[in-house]
Design a protein around this ligand. Structure first.
Ligand SMILES: Cc1cc2nc3c(=O)[nH]c(=O)nc-3n(C[C@H](O)[C@H](O)[C@H](O)COP(=O)(O)OP(=O)(O)OC[C@H]3O[C@@H](n4cnc5c(N)ncnc54)[C@H](O)[C@@H]3O)c2cc1C
Length: 415
């Protein structure tokens, strides 16, 4: 059976997009999918998949060409990420954390305002980080969440970076730190420790995993996305040099305001899972799932209607996904932001709905632990939980922006 292309019509893609998606598809089919069950069962990090991605150049996908990377743009990255998510959700989600670190320091920083001195200093420092990725295959994680309102973008980060001679002393705790114990550097968001610090004083620092004062704690036995190994990270008086800055002081705040599509980099994984739920259903109804008897179920009209409904929802999801991919730019207008919330919400929620429909359509034997569908179902449930744009927070933002012009307030009602 011809498999749907993750990015729709491949003829509409650039040569680089086609080539990188093909690499991801081959790795995914031949390596990641066969390993996914064990990674999920044991809740262990997919080290072998990372070795394959490193060899294929995928760790440097968004490192600028001038720094030895592949120089992929936002649209190219999300399409490749979705293809990886089609085969292993945990690999795609953790790879997202790594690639985002190179995007923030790379093309996002290029699009932002800096003084000439800041830009020159950023150029010098990011060369150090990019070299680690390109030449040494190092992996960066992205631990932002703290359990309070900071990761939702509503309060300053509680992790503090105190300026000292030659660097910073970092102290704080990050929860749900994917790649804990696997990354070489933790790209942590902190607040510059100074009186009256606000969200504008956010710092983005790469903390070496082996720095004195870094520790990992807590069990990891979740419902889904088990291979992300997202345990708790503690930083206790960790010294990092000035070169640890992934962005100049204060720049992360500007980036978060002006490039909101970055927060939707979590949805490509779920686009891939939506596709995986559909792929499984077609193969199952055709009696072609490896390890199951060759029983066909496709001749029942109810199955045909159910799979048609799934394909309709999948194509709706893909259309929104591609719209997001192509809309990403610095300073999107208000309407584009609203489309972005709606698209991100829909991709994450539809992925789980498609997995639900897949189980209902295929039937009882399809959800046995020996088959991938129940894992896809569990993994797909995790998308709507990711801050800062959980499903609820997308609705919060969208509902408000649909009804209020910027700066508009309701008159106070006096009882
Ligand atoms: C598999 C997995 C991997 C993850 N990996 C990472 C990672 O690598 N890095 C990282 O930084 N985080 C990561 N996270 C964490 C994730 O982004 C969230 O921070 C975490 O799931 C939040 O936990 P919570 O729902 O208990 O949060 P809570 O803060 O308790 O929020 C609960 C819900 O309340 C709502 N809410 C929260 N704050 C507000 C507010 N201020 N206003 C209105 N509503 C609000 C949100 O809808 C949220 O879903 C990961 C999570 C999962 C599940």
């Amino acid at each position: 059976m011809t498999r749907a292309h993750i990015a729709g019509n491949p003829e509409r893609l650039t040569a680089q997009q086609r080539e990188l998606i093909d690499i991801a598809a081959t790795l995914g089919r031949e390596k990641f999918a066969p390993r996914a069950a064990q990674i999920d069962r044991d809740a262990v990090f997919p080290f072998d998949n990372y070795a394959d991605m490193r060899a294929a150049g995928l760790l440097k996908i968004c490192v600028p060409v001038a720094h030895g990377g592949l120089g992929a743009d936002f649209a190219t990255y999300v399409m490749v990420a979705a293809e990886i998510g089609r085969h292993c959700g945990a690999t795609a989600l953790t790879w997202n954390m790594h690639v985002c670190s190179t995007m923030w320091a790379g093309f996002i920083a290029d699009a932002l305002d800096m003084t000439p001195e800041q830009r020159a200093e950023h150029e010098r420092i990011r060369a150090i980080h990019f070299k680690r990725v390109v030449e040494e295959g190092k992996v960066y994680a992205q631990p932002f969440s703290e359990g309070g309102s900071a990761a939702a973008g509503k309060a300053p980060f509680g992790t503090l970076a105190k300026k000292v001679d030659g660097g910073y002393i970092v102290t704080g705790r990050k929860i749900f730190a994917s790649l804990s114990g696997a990354a070489d550097y933790y790209g942590a968001l902190c607040t510059l420790d100074k009186p009256g610090a606000t969200m504008r004083d956010s710092m983005y620092l790469a903390v070496p995993a082996d720095a004195p004062g870094v520790s990992i704690s807590g069990a990891w036995d979740p419902l889904g996305m088990r291979g992300t190994v997202s345990r708790t990270l503690d930083f206790k008086d960790v010294f990092v040099p000035d070169d640890a800055r992934l962005m100049p002081e204060g720049l992360y705040f500007q980036a978060a305001q002006r490039f909101p599509h970055m927060f939707a980099t979590l949805s490509p994984t779920y686009m891939g899972l939506a596709q995986a739920a559909y792929d499984f259903t077609v193969a199952y109804l055709r009696g072609e799932v490896p390890g199951t008897p060759p029983v066909k179920r496709r001749m029942y009209p109810t199955k045909q209607i159910a799979v048609a409904d799934m394909r309709i929802k999948l194509e709706q999801t893909r259309a929104l996904f591609l719209q997001n991919a192509r809309d990403a730019q610095v300073d999107p207008d208000r309407d584009t932001r609203m489309r972005l919330y709606a698209a991100h919400f829909s991709i994450m929620e539809n992925a789980n709905d498609l997995a639900r429909l897949a189980i209902r359509t295929c039937g009882g034997q399809s959800m046995l632990k020996s088959l991938p569908l129940e894992r896809i179902y569990r993994d797909s449930r995790c998308g709507s939980l990711m801050l800062p744009w959980t499903a609820e927070l997308c609705q919060d933002r969208l509902g408000r922006e649909c009804l209020y012009e910027p700066g508009e307030r309701d008159e106070e009602i006096v009882a």
